[in-house]
Design a protein around this ligand. Structure first.
Ligand code: FES
Ligand SMILES: [Fe+2]
Length: 349
C-alpha cells in the first residue's frame, strides 16, 4: 500500500493557467465566476487584452456589465474607469483617485482563438499548447461538471488500470511517464482499440487498430492530448476549473489540422471536426460517469496504482509561488522530475 498525500495538501485553486473562453466572445466585456471570484475579460480599443477581478473596488458592481472606453473598462454604476493593469484611471467629478481604487489583474494570453489567464501575479511558466507546427482549428468545446476534485480528473491520464475497464483499450506496452518541463507531467500509452461497439469498429476501420496516446498535464489545470492512429491524429485540450463546492468543471476542446485548400476548409474541416468531437465526447463519457462518483483517498492505493500515487505526489508538490519554484529548481538541479517521480528516471518511450 502507498501513502498518498493527505487530501488537505492539495490547493483549492492551483496557481496555473486557466482557459477563460473564446476570443470571439470579447466583442464586449465578459464576466464569469471562476476560481471562487468574479472575473471580467475585455479588449481595449487598441486591442490590448485584459483579465481583471470583476467586482468594482467602489461598490462592487460587475464590470462585465460595463463597457470599454478607449483603453479602459468603465463600471456601469458610477462610471469609474480601470485600465488593463487594473488601476483606476478616472472617476467622474474628482481628480483624487484613492490608492485602493484598483482591480486585481491577471496575466493573459490569446492562443488559437482562446483567451487564457494565469491565476497569479506573474506566470510561473509560459502558456503551454500543442507542439504541432501545423495550424490547428477548434470545434465547439463541450463541458461537464463533476463532483470530484480537480486532481482526480488530472489523475485519469496516469490511471492506466482504467483504460481496459472504462474505455476498452488494451495496453500493448508498458506506459511511459516523464516530466518534460517544470510544471509538466506526461504519459505515453500505446494501446489497441479492443471494444466491439460500433464506435470502436469504425475507429479500427477508419483510423487504425492501434493508438499512441500522449497526454501532457500542466500545472494541475491544462491537459493536451494527442492520439496518433495509423491513418490519423486527434488533438484534445482539456481544461479544469476547480469549483467552490469541491467539484470540477471539465471543458474539452477538440482540434484538427486545417486543410490546405479553401474547398477543404469549407467542406472537409467542419465534417472532420464534428466527427472527432462526437467520437472523443463519447470516449470521455465513461470518465465523466465514473469520476463524478469517485473520492480521493490517501490510504487505499495499492501496488497496481503506483503511477497514480506518483502523480498525486507530483501534483501536490507543484510550486504555488515563484519562491517555491526557485527553491525546487535549486533542489532538482537540471532535472524536472520531483523526488517522487521515480518513473521519470531510466525509461525511454
Ligand atoms: S460600483 Fe463601480 S463605479 Fe461605483
Ligand atoms: Fe479515461
Amino acid at each position: 500500500m502507498f501513502h498518498a498525500p493527505a487530501a488537505d495538501r492539495f490547493p483549492q485553486f492551483p496557481v496555473s493557467w486557466y482557459l477563460f473562453g473564446a476570443s470571439q466572445e470579447l466583442r464586449r466585456p465578459v464576466s464569469r465566476d471562476l476560481l471562487g471570484r468574479r472575473l471580467v475579460a475585455f479588449r481595449t480599443s487598441a486591442g490590448t487584452l485584459a483579465v481583471l477581478d470583476a467586482r468594482c473596488s467602489h461598490l462592487g458592481c460587475d464590470l462585465g456589465n460595463g463597457c470599454v472606453q478607449g483603453e479602459n473598462i468603465q463600471c456601469p454604476f458610477h462610471h469609474w474607469e480601470y485600465g488593463s493593469d487594473g488601476r483606476c484611471k478616472h472617476i467622474p467629478g474628482t481628480r483624487e483617485l484613492p490608492p485602493w481604487a484598483r482591480q486585481a489583474s491577471y496575466p493573459c494570453v490569446e492562443r488559437n482563438g482562446f483567451v487564457f489567464f494565469f491565476y497569479g501575479v506573474e506566470p510561473l511558466f509560459p502558456l503551454p499548447f500543442f507542439t504541432e507546427p501545423d495550424r490547428l482549428i477548434a470545434a465547439k468545446s463541450f463541458t461537464s461538471t463533476l463532483k470530484c476534485p480537480w486532481y482526480m480528473v488530472g489523475a485519469n491520464a496516469f490511471d492506466f488500470q482504467h483504460l481496459r475497464a472504462a474505455h476498452d483499450r488494451r495496453l500493448v506496452a508498458t506506459p511511459f511517464v516523464d516530466c518534460p518541463a517544470p510544471f509538466a507531467r506526461r504519459s505515453i500509452a500505446r494501446m489497441t482499440v479492443a471494444g466491439n461497439s460500433l464506435r470502436d469498429r469504425l475507429t479500427r476501420r477508419f483510423a487504425g487498430a492501434e493508438v499512441e496516446m500522449t497526454t501532457t498535464y500542466w500545472g494541475g489545470t491544462l491537459m493536451f492530448v494527442t492520439a496518433r492512429f495509423r491513418r490519423t491524429t486527434s488533438y484534445g485540450m482539456v481544461d479544469l476549473q476547480p469549483l467552490d463546492d469541491g467539484g470540477t468543471r471539465v471543458r474539452t476542446t477538440v482540434f484538427v489540422r486545417q486543410s490546405e485548400g479553401v474547398l477543404g476548409q469549407w467542406l472537409v474541416d467542419p465534417v472532420n471536426l464534428g466527427l472527432r468531437r462526437y467520437f472523443i465526447r463519447k470516449f470521455l463519457q465513461a470518465d465523466a460517469e465514473f469520476l463524478t462518483d469517485s473520492r480521493y483517498s490517501s490510504q487505499t492505493l495499492i501496488e497496481t496504482d503506483r503511477e497514480l500515487n506518483e502523480f498525486f505526489h507530483w501534483v501536490v508538490d507543484l510550486p504555488q509561488t515563484a519562491k517555491e519554484h526557485g527553491a525546487q529548481q535549486m533542489a532538482d538541479g537540471n532535472g524536472h522530475c520531483r523526488p517522487h517521480g521515480s518513473l521519470c528516471e531510466g525509461q525511454t518511450p
